[in-house]
Write a protein that binds this ligand. Structure first.
Ligand SMILES: Nc1ncnc2c1ncn2[C@@H]1O[C@H](COP(=O)(O)OP(=O)(O)OP(=O)(O)O)[C@@H](O)[C@H]1O
Ligand SMILES: [Zn+2]
Length: 721
């Protein structure tokens, strides 16, 4: 009889032992159905000796009920899951659950019935049918998903099915994806591109772990260059994972991929339909999905034969997940490459300081693309000193920027204004009594969104329509908007340049890949004159006719005292500046600031990136901050403020005393109320050599917290709110 220890998806249960019945094959990694009391639960057979368990007597063991029809999770992936759980102090089951991310896929292949429009005109039109006919153009999905897309009930759709307006289509969830062709349209690489590509290609062929930092200025052709490594992996018959920081970038990426490889890659993100998830997951596991492009969650997919991992825009903070398992996808990607024994490419024009440091230390191989492709020049950067040139009252664009916008409009060229603030105004108050609109669940102001006519909290999603009278003093029509958001800047552009076609681009307006694709198409067709956007438009996009970038408020990210404030400001502004002048026409960038002498602004203006990074690196080294020290945060929260405070104090009271480890706090978090929970923070700052995880584990393990208290550990934190 063979005995297996299984990981089950309930952290409280730990690992459980089962018996493998005669004739059943259940090697490590097998996804299995297990009996537990009267229930059946999902589990994964784990490696012998890896998980602690008890010596439950062999004759009492219950038998594994079934091995699910998917390949066992491969050994490198199991090691990655274990590593993540250890490193990020997360329950193993929580990490493993990120791998088993399609429950339908586990049940095997099969057919799904989907529906689509037939093109038949209805005998009787109703407003709901009209809406469905409009919104379902080009869609094919299950009834439930179509109902969601169309915003009508399933009953309406069933009625349409009965009338022949919709038809059923049987979809095989195991149908293969078309294979990308590595030789479909090979570009001729320029000298430095070719040299960088050759190194990456060699590493792919060697099938050995090798992290690369592909450090190329904006528009240098990093994508084309790493595509050669992708091609090499395809030639070798292996799979590739490309991680992008946001779904909004996927649309542009798909087009470029298809132009190079003949077909679109497989996509993986949270807005996939259930049937697409099932198909993608299974094809990844069986090796039929050759190239997967996805958000950070794609990192835990069960690739059958991975040959290369690429993290594009690798400096992006969006790779850090700040709830559930708090991991950094950039770092986990490197670990995945390590366990899979394959190269990992981190591509960026503004690498994270951590990544540059790793290159400096010789752990990553740095590949440099110093100039733009095709002779395009980097844009000219000018500072607009707002203390000398003020916009008129109630406006945010200073005269030089307005002039430059008017000039581009007259020439038929495109402009981009960057302000990292969604909505119309960040604060709304009553002119009469001074009342400020605050979120009831968070310590944050409500942000006015005029397009959707809402006051919204950007932390918890709480929304209210703007009230006709002040809720405090009852005065009608008394609300004033304070400060600018992108919508307000768009209004200002509309007033200053009446003919301009203005597009607001934020996560609100580009919520889906389809919306993003539409925006890219419009911008490429020159149907947009001025783009006003948040950080979403700072990277990845390539619009050759865009010749002017205006940074509305360069100082915004600098206050707050965040560890990475200067670095992030540098990255965002350098990235958005990089959108200008990518084609034949030269670009210009105007940066509005009240602090032209601040080191980061001066570095942007002079283009002295290396000097800026060097100074930043020295400051971090002196402060013992990451990457020279290890930081971790403990966040204690409860719906009850006193309970949160007490729990945080109790944790603080048992703090370990170790040389080289400094523990600060507990202190109320800057965002002291979030989604209805009161929050306290502790910060652990340790020497690089300290075993921070072990220290936290032994510190927190004996503490018993009231059920309403949550204690979250954030290793290498990015957020300090
Ligand atoms: N060798 C090449 N042959 C043909 N076209 C190229 C080549 N290299 C780059 N390009 C083109 O130049 C443009 C800029 O390249 P790309 O977008 O890959 O730059 P990037 O370095 O990724 O830029 P960013 O970091 O600013 O997003 C693209 O349109 C790309 O197709
Ligand atoms: Zn809120």
């Amino acid at each position: 009889m063979s005995r297996v220890r299984c990981l089950v998806f309930n952290a409280a249960l730990g690992a459980l032992d089962y018996r493998v019945p005669e004739g059943m094959d259940a090697p490590a990694g097998s996804v299995v159905v297990l009996p537990l009391g009267p229930r059946q639960i999902l589990g994964v057979v784990w490696d012998d000796g890896e998980l602690p368990g008890d010596d439950y007597p062999a004759h009492k063991l219950r038998a594994v009920l079934e091995v699910l029809p998917v390949p066992p999770l491969p050994a490198p992936l199991r090691r990655l899951i274990s590593w993540c759980a250890d490193y990020y102090l997360a329950p193993l089951s929580a990490v493993a659950r990120m791998t088993l991310s399609s429950s339908a896929a586990l049940k095997g292949g099969g057919t799904v019935t989907e529906y689509r429009l037939t093109g038949v005109e209805p005998a009787r039109m109703t407003p709901q049918r009209l809406q469905a006919l409009d919104l379902l153009q080009g869609e094919q999905a299950t009834m439930r998903e179509l109902a969601e897309i169309a915003g009508v009930s399933e009953a309406v759709l069933r009625g349409m099915l009965g009338q022949g307006l919709l038809e059923a289509v049987l979809v095989d969830s195991d149908r293969p994806y078309p294979e990308p062709d590595p030789r479909f349209a090979q570009p001729a690489l320029e000298g430095e591109q070719a040299a960088a590509a050759a190194e990456m290609v060699a590493a792919v062929s060697a099938h050995a772990f090798q992290p690369f930092l592909l450090d190329g200025v904006t528009g240098s052709g990093k994508t084309e260059t790493y595509f050669e490594a992708v091609a090499a992996a395809l030639e070798a018959g292996r799979q590739v994972l490309v991680l992008l920081p946001e779904i909004a970038l996927t649309a542009a990426f798909l087009g470029r991929f298809e132009a190079r490889f003949g077909v679109a890659p497989v996509t993986w993100h949270s807005s996939l339909k259930a049937s697409e998830r099932r198909r993608a997951w299974r094809q990844v596991a069986f090796g039929g999905a050759k190239v997967v492009v996805g958000a950070r969650s794609a990192l835990f997919l069960p690739f059958a034969d991975l040959g290369l991992v690429v993290v594009d825009e690798a400096h992006e903070v969006a790779f850090k997940q700040d709830d559930g398992v708090r991991y950094n996808a950039r770092d986990v990607a490197v670990m995945r490459g390590h366990f899979e024994q394959v190269p990992v490419v981190l591509a960026s024009a503004t690498p994270a300081l951590e990544s540059l440091q790793m290159a400096e230390a010789g752990r990553y191989r740095r590949l440099v693309l110093p100039s733009r492709f095709g002779g395009a020049t980097l844009p000219k950067i000018e500072i607009v000193n707002l203390t000398e040139m003020q916009p008129p009252r109630g406006r945010w664009l200073a005269p030089p920027l307005v002039e430059a916008l008017a000039d581009r409009l007259a020439k038929g060229e495109q402009s981009l204004l960057f302000l990292n603030r969604r909505g119309y105004a960040p604060l709304t108050l009553c002119r009469h009594c001074g009342f400020r609109f605050k979120c009831p669940n968070c310590s944050a102001w409500l942000v006015e969104h005029r397009l959707s006519q809402r006051l919204a909290c950007h932390h918890c999603g709480h929304e209210v329509p703007p009230p006709p009278v002040c809720p405090e003093c009852g005065e009608p029509d008394c609300l004033v908007a304070c400060g600018p958001g992108v919508e307000r800047i768009a209004d200002e552009v509309g007033e200053l340049l009446p003919g301009a076609r203005v597009a607001v681009v934020t996560s609100d307006t580009l919520a889906s890949p389809a919306a993003a694709a539409e925006f890219v198409a419009q911008a490429e067709a020159k149907a947009i004159d001025v783009i006003v956007g948040t950080q979403l438009v700072t990277k990845g996009f390539h619009f050759p006719e865009l010749t002017l970038v205006g940074v509305v408020d360069a100082d915004m990210g600098l206050d707050g005292g965040d560890l990475r404030a200067a670095e992030r400001t540098y990255q965002q502004i350098a990235q958005v500046a990089g959108r200008a002048g990518r084609g034949a026409k030269a670009g210009a960038v105007l940066i509005q600031t009240r602090h032209p002498k601040a080191a980061v602004i001066a570095a942007l203006a002079s283009g002295e990136r290396d000097a800026f990074y060097a100074a930043e690196t020295e400051a971090r080294r002196e402060a013992g901050a990451p990457p020279f020290g290890r930081w971790a945060a403990i966040i204690v929260s409860s719906e009850d403020e006193a309970e949160a405070r007490e729990a945080a104090r109790a944790i603080g009271g048992t703090r370990p005393d170790e040389p080289g480890v400094l523990i600060l706090g507990p202190a109320p978090a800057p965002l002291s109320l979030l989604r209805g929970r009161h929050r306290y923070r502790l910060l652990i700052a340790a020497r690089r050599s300290a075993e921070v995880q072990k220290l936290i584990r032994t510190w927190l393990a004996p503490l018993r917290m009231p059920p309403g208290v949550r204690v979250a550990v954030d290793i290498d934190p990015y957020s300090f709110v």
